[in-house]
Design a protein around this ligand. Structure first.
Ligand code: HSE
Length: 436
């Protein structure tokens, strides 16, 4: 049998501890599958004394992850520290420069410096695997990089943040407030250390930027993502969406248009009958639309120790099975130096349907004024509904659903309605996404 694959793990939080535990529990089966043992031989973490409920008896301890990363005692460096710079970046770069394979779950790092790191990996003939960085346990990187060879991707979109999906699901199912649901997500350990990363869409954006590069063969460009979080989604939006046959999800969407590539993260209305609308709670889902396949949807656990450890271990098994000179292709699907520059399509040119919720004063002519602003901007309406407000007799809620139009037209129309002076609250605009 071949020599054991010796791994060094930096970061022993929930995921790191799960990886060590699973490698122990599943050791015999993994050895059978890979033809060699995957052996954690060294670790690095901030607190040596902490009881993590795992056996670190046979592992060497490194205080400095950079030293671990380039140690001659390991074949693979597993980075589970997190963060886009600092020790995570320094250690991954050191490992790749030293000719070690790397497995990482670090979406922020890849989103910011992935192309640079891929170039080093490819130059040195080592693997940089990152399945756990996007959608936790869902094997979306492997699917896009390997299984969809030859397919031309036209759009990739998904629920990439478990915390947001959990919040929206509970708000809809139980009528709870946004704050109550967020607290519960934090208690259950789904949320990032700083939950604004989840609820304002940054975590989704990091993951989306990686999928965009794989989908369209372009450089990663997280700074070019249109971003809106879920903190201003109210019970009124959720109820109105339901009445009109939609459900609200925070989606990351990347698609090619004649103007370039659109990358956007925002609350989105999807038809209640679509498959992605059935994805509830902390579960993630990624839809990949291609010329050969139509729409493929992968769904599964997107966060949590064991789910993320499953993706890390899958990456390790690939390395254990690979032979020198026979790897599985470039890090982002095509050689890093051939990735095209990212060409951003302006958000104003985005075309699609829109949901618009307006709270207006109940007086003569308001409805007509709204309709006029829509017509003036060539926006055709699919439906228009008006509700009385039981608590505010002098107010009405007007909900419009448009046919396909542009972001620019909707913004102009809504600005016009605001200037008309009939609104008593901020207008709410939510984009509608086509989904199978
Ligand atoms: N905070 C993330 C989520 C964890 O809620 O999905 C995985 O990136």
């Amino acid at each position: 049998m071949a020599d054991a694959l010796r791994i060094g793990i930096a970061g022993l939080g929930t995921v790191g501890a799960s990886v060590v535990r699973m490698l122990g529990d599943k050791g015999a089966e993994l050895t059978r599958q890979c033809g060699r043992e995957i052996a954690p031989v060294a670790v690095s973490a901030r607190d040596r004394a902490r009881d993590r409920g795992i056996d670190l008896g046979n592992t060497q301890w490194f205080d400095d992850p950079v030293e671990l990363a380039s140690s001659a005692e390991i074949d693979v460096y597993v980075e589970l520290i997190g963060g886009e710079d600092g020790p995570a970046f320094e250690s991954v770069r050191a490992a790749l420069e030293a000719g070690r394979h790397v497995v990482t779950a670090n979406k922020a790092l890849l989103s910011k410096r992935g192309v640079e790191l891929a170039a080093i990996a490819e130059r040195n003939g080592v693997l940089l695997n990152y399945e756990a960085a996007v959608a936790g346990g869902i094997p979306v990187i492997k699917t896009m990089r390997e299984a969809l060879a030859g397919n031309q991707v036209t759009r990739v979109f998904g629920i990439l943040n478990g915390t947001c999906n959990y919040i929206l699901t509970r708000m809809e199912a139980e009528g709870l407030s946004f704050e109550e649901c967020l607290r519960e997500a934090q208690r259950l350990g789904y949320a990032e250390a700083d939950p604004t990363f989840d609820i304002e869409g940054h975590d989704t954006a990091h993951k989306l930027s990686i999928l965009t590069s794989l989908a369209f063969g372009c450089r990663i460009s997280a700074d070019d993502i249109y971003l809106e979080g879920i903190s201003n989604i109210s019970q009124a939006d959720i109820r109105a969406a339901g009445e009109l046959g939609y459900r609200i999800k925070l989606l990351g969407v990347a698609q090619k248009s004649e103007n370039g590539i659109e990358q956007r993260v925002h609350p989105t209305m999807v038809p209640t009958s679509s498959v992605i609308a059935q994805v509830h709670g902390v579960t993630n889902a990624v839809a990949i639309e291609t010329d050969m396949l139509g729409e493929l949807l992968l769904s599964g656990p997107g966060a949590g120790g064991n789910a993320t450890a499953s993706a890390v271990i899958g990456d390790l098994a690939d390395i254990a099975k690979s032979r020198p000179g026979f790897q599985h292709g470039p890090v982002f699907g095509r050689p890093a130096k051939e990735l095209a520059p990212y060409r951003r399509a302006a958000m104003r040119s985005h075309a699609g349907g829109y949901f618009i919720r307006l709270t207006v004063q109940d007086r003569l002519g308001v409805f007509a004024a709204i309709a006029r602003r829509m017509a003036d901007n060539a926006i055709s309406l699919e439906s228009i509904v008006q509700h009385g407000d039981v608590t505010q007799a002098e107010q009405k809620t007007v909900i419009l659903v448009t046919h396909e139009t542009t972001e620019a037209a909707v913004r102009k129309a809504v600005d016009g309605i605001t200037k008309d002076g009939h609104l008593v609250d901020k207008p709410q605009v939510i984009r509608i996404e086509r989904a199978a």
